[in-house]
Design a protein around this ligand. Structure first.
Ligand SMILES: *[C@@H]1O[C@H](CO)[C@@H](O)[C@H](O)[C@H]1NC(C)=O
Ligand SMILES: *[C@@H]1O[C@H](CO)[C@@H](O)[C@H](O)[C@H]1NC(C)=O
Length: 503
């Protein structure tokens, strides 16, 4: 499943993980390196090696990617530790930046770096690695992943090892460890093992919470929020999956600097609902009242296709940039719908939360579109596009438009700028080709047709309206070659060409 987690949240996460990365590199430099435990694979030997492994972990990386560099020493140390696990667990890497490996990478749906996959059964099944990125965390996560998907709970100690704070843990209670329900539960745990911890037991008295006299079959979900424990008895596999997915989302997801909350924030963004986000200063005046009223509204509306998150101002700088919001607007409620529309209620009062959400539900609130002002002058070779001129310059112009989505702080965008300039200069005399750029942090862009997950992202719209994403090298020659290959002739050209024919 493609992740819909917005860039502004990733920036927060990655910032935190970059600190860990730094510490790791310092200690790494003190050790002397000898043998490499991480296997290097490429297109020539990938299938050969993978087909011989019941369980193998593959990192797709790019040499220029900073997060990959930070991960490398941690990953290598984990590989060395796991090489003496019984049975040994193999970690491998593929340079997905190499042309020869690109097909392999696309086969595994690699869209960003690093992407780590866990392959089972000689590569017949693959799942995303959703675990930590430092040595100890990687080792623990992979040990668990390589064992059975669901752990048997035989003692109270087993139970307390599995059912820990801040995690979703699913436990099946069965009168005996066989039969149809047990098998369905096992299949569920295999399917969802990368996202949740699973256990099973024949003795509900060992479990820390919930009715202890039950004998099952039933599924009990432990969670660190709301009702803390909830039981379920329908063993249809789809129903089970839906139960786990739904119950593992808090009524109100909390977004702050506490990293243990982040997995729930990721879940929040990956669901299909409209998303309500209340931003406020958690330690400011009136925060309690707001949060409590917000919780009430969430209980009322969450069954109607809206998920609720509350974000602390302190952790939400990225979100404010992303939405183009200002701190003097808090407490601020934003609702974002699946089609990318946003609805805004700045300087909200606790007593108005529920009524505003209701108005939104009834279609009485106007959507908000973030746009920079339309530039008065647009005379540079690379044209400036803002949200309010996107339609005119890109969609309705009848021209071939190469459009760059950039962020002001992005280094790769800065490197690309002079190259785009040169491309634009070389097309200056060609009225049918426009080279343009749009600051994607300051303007809302329709998610259809543009999928902007990183910066820079380049799209090409042909004169006839075809949209192509540009994934070639970012050199002047390659960009021009791409434009020449894909551009449409406009009516003007055709006239000129038929004119030529007649000569
Ligand atoms: C796979 O092939 C590459 C390129 O020939 C080589 O560098 C690498 O060591 C090989 N990997 C294994 C595990 O044999
Ligand atoms: C939040 O409120 C507290 C208490 O009034 C204040 O000290 C702090 O600076 C505020 N934080 C932000 C980010 O405005």
């Amino acid at each position: 499943m493609a992740s819909r987690v917005p860039i502004w949240f990733l920036v927060v996460c990655l910032f935190a993980s970059s600190l860990i990365g730094l510490r790791a590199e310092e200690s790494e430099s003190k050790e002397s390196e000898t043998k490499e435990f991480v296997l290097t694979l490429d297109h020539s030997n990938f299938s050969d090696i993978v087909s011989k492994q019941d369980f193998i972990v593959v990192e797709f990386y790019a040499p220029w990617c900073g997060h990959c560099k930070k991960l490398a020493p941690e990953y290598e140390k984990a590989a060395s530790i796991l090489s003496s696990h019984d049975p040994p667990i193999v970690l491998a890497k593929v340079d997905a930046n190499e042309d020869v490996n690109r097909e392999l990478a696309s086969q595994f749906d690699v869209k960003g770096f690093p992407t780590i996959k866990i392959l089972r059964n000689g590569g017949k099944s693959s799942q995303d690695y959703n675990g930590p990125r430092e040595t100890e965390g990687i080792v623990e996560y992979l040990k668990k992943q390589s064992g059975p998907a669901s752990v048997e709970i035989k003692t109270a100690e087993d139970a307390s090892n599995l059912i820990v704070d801040n995690k979703i843990v699913v436990v099946g209670v069965f009168p005996k460890l066989s039969g149809e329900e047990y098998e369905k539960y096992t299949a569920l745990s295999e399917k969802l093992r990368s996202d949740y911890d699973f256990g099973h037991t024949t003795d509900a008295k060992l479990l820390p919470r919930g009715e202890s006299s039950v004998t099952g079959p039933l599924v009990r979900l432990f969670k660190p929020f709301d009702e803390l424990v909830v039981d379920f008895k329908d063993f249809d596999i789809d129903a089970l999956e839906k139960f786990v997915e739904e119950k593992s989302v808090p009524i109100v997801t909390v977004f702050d600097n506490d990293r243990s909350n982040h997995p729930f924030v990721i879940k929040f963004f990956n669901n299909q609902n409209a998303k309500a986000m209340l931003f406020l200063n958690f330690s400011g005046e009136g925060a309690e009242a707001l949060r409590s009223k917000y919780h009430e509204a969430a209980e009322k509306f969450r069954a109607e296709g809206i998920s609720f998150l509350v974000g602390d101002l302190d952790a939400s700088q990225g979100a404010f940039q992303y939405f183009g919001l200002k701190e003097d607007q808090v407490p601020l409620l934003v609702i974002q719908t699946t089609d990318g529309q946003k609805y805004l209620k700045p300087n909200l009062e606790a007593d108005h939360i529920e009524s505003w959400v209701k108005e939104f539900k009834e279609g009485k609130v106007q959507p908000y579109k973030k746009s920079e002002p339309i530039p008065e002058q647009n005379n540079e070779p690379v044209k400036v596009v803002v949200a309010d001129t996107l339609q005119e310059i890109v969609f309705d112009s009848g021209k071939n438009v190469l459009l760059e989505f950039y962020a002001p702080w992005c280094g790769h965008c800065k490197n690309l700028a002079p190259i785009l300039d040169e491309v634009a200069v070389s097309y200056e005399k060609d009225p049918d080709v426009v080279i343009a750029k749009l600051d994607a942090t300051a303007n809302d862009i329709p998610s259809d047709p543009f999928e902007v997950k990183g910066y820079p992202t380049l799209y090409f719209k042909t004169a006839s309206g075809k949209i192509l994403s540009y994934d070639e090298d970012r050199t002047k020659e390659d960009i021009i070659a791409f434009i020449e290959k894909n551009r449409d002739k406009t009516d003007e050209d055709e006239k000129q060409e038929s004119g030529k024919d007649e000569l």
